[in-house]
Ligand binder design. Structure first.
Ligand code: SF4
Ligand code: SF4
Length: 394
């Protein structure tokens, strides 16, 4: 690798070297507890997916350029220059990580893999090795947002079509208000009827003063690992929320969008938002509890369970509200084991696994093997895990 590129990568690491990352670089004791917590490793038994191994690749550069021992005795202190092999391994392990942070929860030092992964993505992007598909999707999302005069009419027509379908399905008008000034809620959905029509029915039943905008929740800049582009994508709906004067932004989606809006955006924008952010499951739970919507307690007669999505559960702290909702419409709810903070990742990573081929195969195998594998019950405290990394990006 050319010296100029090495200097660039060391510069990226230096820029990210805050107290938290330095601690993660210094404290790993190689106990390998994290290996049994990671579905990617459990599924493949491949060392490159070991959470500690990914961090170790960055540590090797760190030791060479940020410690005296590594600078003068690199062979003895496992320090090395970044090279093509290191970057290849870093790419495979980084974009295979779903950012579920289960390993963080089990690590005795709460070493936050999502923080390490964010650093790894920063290095890969600086080296021109960011995931190509995610990079293209990020730029396409930015292009779409910058050209609403072209895309706006198509999106509006989609909302009208969905209103028509709702009228046919429910035999009454269920509006999907768009850009409604003075609405209480801006609902930020995904670009698809599956996340818009059900919400419209619920908001309508609850008599909510809500609106939708032209901008969706999906944030490929976040998956790609470019916080500047991720902020630009989130800016779209956050600016709309301010312009419309809403009291809250309600996010659907289990993977990343809720955390982007609730946990990262204010830090990126360096500004306090004049509205709160909630996940739609919190809102629905409140509607049921307050009697604003009536549900059929016998809607599901079979035994039913709930799988905690990593980003709103372990990483977002929303555990009970979804269970309350399922229990309200069923009489035989049973929790799986493990659950809540210890729940296995589904392998989807907010659907990011769709874009990285190595992850696709790992995720399928993970689903099979993680069911068979007993987790090691040595977690650190949930509060500690959340505090350590709730604002880390991946
Ligand atoms: S569990 Fe934590 S301390 Fe142990 S090897 Fe993994 S990252 Fe290092
Ligand atoms: S965050 Fe999840 S996928 Fe990534 S290394 Fe940790 S356990 Fe594995």
């Amino acid at each position: 690798m050319e010296k100029q590129m090495i200097d660039t990568l060391v510069g990226v690491l230096d820029k990210r070297m805050n107290r938290q990352l330095k601690q993660y670089m210094d404290v790993c004791v190689r106990c390998a507890i994290c290996k049994d917590a990671c579905h990617q490793y459990v599924a493949t038994q491949d060392m490159k997916y070991l959470p500690a191994r990914r961090a170790e690749l960055i540590r090797e550069i760190y030791r060479k350029y940020f410690t005296k021992a590594g600078e003068f005795l690199p062979g003895l202190y496992e320090a090395r220059d970044p090279d093509e092999n290191l970057m290849d391994e870093l790419y495979d392990s980084t974009y295979a990580c779903t950012g579920c942070r289960r390993c963080t929860f089990y690590c005795p030092f709460s070493i936050d893999t999502a923080w390490i992964t964010a650093t790894a993505k920063g290095l890969l992007i600086a080296a021109g090795r960011g995931n190509e598909i995610l990079g293209e999707l990020t730029d396409a999302a930015l292009f779409k947002g910058d050209n609403m005069e072209m895309f706006g009419p198509i999106i509006s027509d989609g909302f009208k079509d969905q209103e028509k379908e709702l009228r046919e399905e429910y035999g009454r008008d269920i509006p999907i208000p768009v850009n409604k000034q003075g609405a209480d809620i801006l609902y930020v959905a995904l670009a698809g009827a599956h996340s818009i029509k059900p919400a419209a029915v619920i908001f309508d039943e609850a008599g909510a003063n809500w609106t939708i905008s032209m901008f969706e929740a999906a944030n490929y800049g976040f998956f790609y690992g470019d916080p500047a582009k991720a902020k630009l994508i989130a800016d779209r709906y956050m600016h709309e929320a301010k312009r419309l004067g809403v009291k809250e932004v309600v996010i659907t989606e289990c993977g990343h969008a809720y955390r982007v809006a609730e946990m990262f955006y204010e830090a990126w924008a360096k500004e306090k938002m004049p509205f709160k952010v909630r996940h739609i499951l919190e809102v629905i739970d409140d509607y049921i509890a307050d009697g604003r919507i009536k549900v059929d307690p016998k809607a599901i007669k079979e035994r039913v369970t709930y799988h905690d999505p990593c980003q709103i559960g372990r990483n977002g702290g929303i555990f009970e509200q979804p269970r309350n909702i399922v229990k309200a419409i069923s009489s035989d709810f049973v929790d799986m084991t493990p659950n809540r903070e210890k729940q296995w990742c589904c392998g989807g990573g907010g659907a990011s696994s769709r874009w990285t081929s190595s992850t696709r195969s790992v995720s399928r195998a993970a689903t099979r093997r993680s069911r068979r594998s007993a987790p090691r019950e040595r977690p650190c405290s949930p509060a500690r895990a959340r505090t350590a990394g709730s604002r880390s990006t991946s």
